[in-house]
Design a protein around this ligand. Structure first.
Ligand SMILES: *Cc1c(COP(=O)(O)O)cnc(C)c1O
Length: 369
């Protein structure tokens, strides 16, 4: 049997049936239906945030978040992320300015942000990579000093808390993803977290073509609404998400026990005073100490039907659309370039068995020996 890097948590099918029957009965399929409203309420309570705007996916949520804040010019961001982070800027005609990451949690390095600010900079778009929080206080301070907006790509950060407080309340807006590969999924889906009610209204209009009422269009909006089937599925998923995260935590613990002390393999530490959703399990493979390249390990796992992923390689700054930008120069991004050449994300999902973790760990311990 093959082991994928992730496998979505699925609630019992029979528990989804009543939701579907209700949708069939009401024939209300989208546009602020009952389940949509209920999911917004329950997610606000679960996550500890004031407002949530549900979306059909997080990429459209990122694009809309930038529209909602009228961001233009240049935005400072990280090259060590999924491409959608920077694509959202491109779709808004914004020039991305890449800043290097810090070596501990692989998030944007706040010490490198100030020197990247120009007269055209309007915002910072950091990513809570692997669900580990950015240095949010430092980022807030810089944004306040320079009058910049902050939009967090919090796609991995469902449930991330610092000192028991959600990380989603930092910055002007945060965007979470409910894609099938994420910790909490609605097949596809996403949301913008915002703090004030006027902003929620603005975002809700933007995701529905800009309609304020039947005959008034206040802005050139898009269609990015979450439908009732997704929202109903989200409600059911919410009942199981704590169990799913607890099961992921077990996998994380087993890996840490098994992988400590292997020459040339290092792990990302768990941040202090922080609750994380155990979204990913990245390791760094130092070719010189380990004796094999990251790519050869990746290929070897393939032959064993174990599918790891090189998140995030290549760097976004190395893709053709962005590679000619001045900030994409490798000299500007030494840590990100180094990490992208070493990183390998191991399988992690709620029903991954301990024996599978032991098998993966023993492959890493014994590869080439
Ligand atoms: C998954 C992901 C996205 C995109 O989310 P979708 O819901 O698939 O559109 C954006 N940014 C990051 C960092 C992601 O991992």
């Amino acid at each position: 049997m093959s082991i994928n890097v992730t496998s979505p948590f699925m609630p019992p099918l029979e528990e989804f049936q009543p939701y579907l029957e209700e949708i069939w009965k009401s024939k209300w399929l989208t546009n602020n239906g009952k389940f949509h409203l209920q999911l917004e309420e329950e997610l606000c309570r679960y996550l500890g945030v004031r407002n949530i705007c549900l979306f059909s996916n997080a990429t459209l949520a990122l694009i809309t978040a930038l529209q909602a804040l009228k961001i233009s010019g240049e935005v400072i961001t990280t090259p060590f992320s999924f491409v959608a982070t920077t694509h959202a800027l491109w779709w808004n005609g914004i020039k991305p300015v890449f800043v290097d990451i810090e070596p501990r949690f692989l998030n944007i390095n706040p010490k490198k942000i100030e020197s990247a600010i120009t007269s055209k900079t309007t915002a910072i778009m950091p990513v809570h990579v692997y669900g580990n929080p950015c240095y949010v206080d430092e980022i807030s301070k810089i944004a306040d000093n320079y009058g910049l907006k902050v939009i967090y790509d919090a796609a991995h950060a469902f449930g991330t808390k610092i000192n028991s407080k959600t990380v989603l309340n930092f910055g002007d807006l945060s965007v979470i993803s409910f894609h099938a590969t994420k910790v909490y999924n609605t097949f596809e889906g996403g949301a913008i977290v915002c703090h004030d009610d006027k902003m929620k209204l603005r975002i809700d209009r933007l995701k529905n073509f800009g309609f304020a009422n039947e005959t008034t269009v206040v802005a050139p909006g898009i269609n990015a609404k979450m439908n009732e089937v997704q929202a109903a599925f989200g409600l059911l998923q919410l009942k199981y998400v704590d169990d799913a995260i607890a099961a992921r935590q077990n996998v994380d613990t087993w890996y840490r026990e098994q992988l400590s002390g292997i020459q040339g393999i290092s792990l990302i530490e768990l941040p202090e005073n922080t609750t994380v959703p155990y979204s990913y399990f990245p390791i760094l493979i130092d070719e010189k100490l380990y004796g094999h390249t990251r790519d050869s390990v990746y290929e070897f796992f393939h032959t064993k039907d174990i599918f790891t992923r090189r998140y995030f390689y290549p760097l976004i700054s190395d893709f053709p659309t962005y590679s000619e930008l001045p900030s994409s120069n490798k000299v500007n991004l030494p840590v990100a370039s180094h990490v992208a050449s070493q990183v390998l994300c191991l399988p992690i999902y709620p029903d991954l068995k301990k024996e599978d973790v032991l098998t993966i760990a023993s492959h890493l311990r014994n590869y080439g020996k």
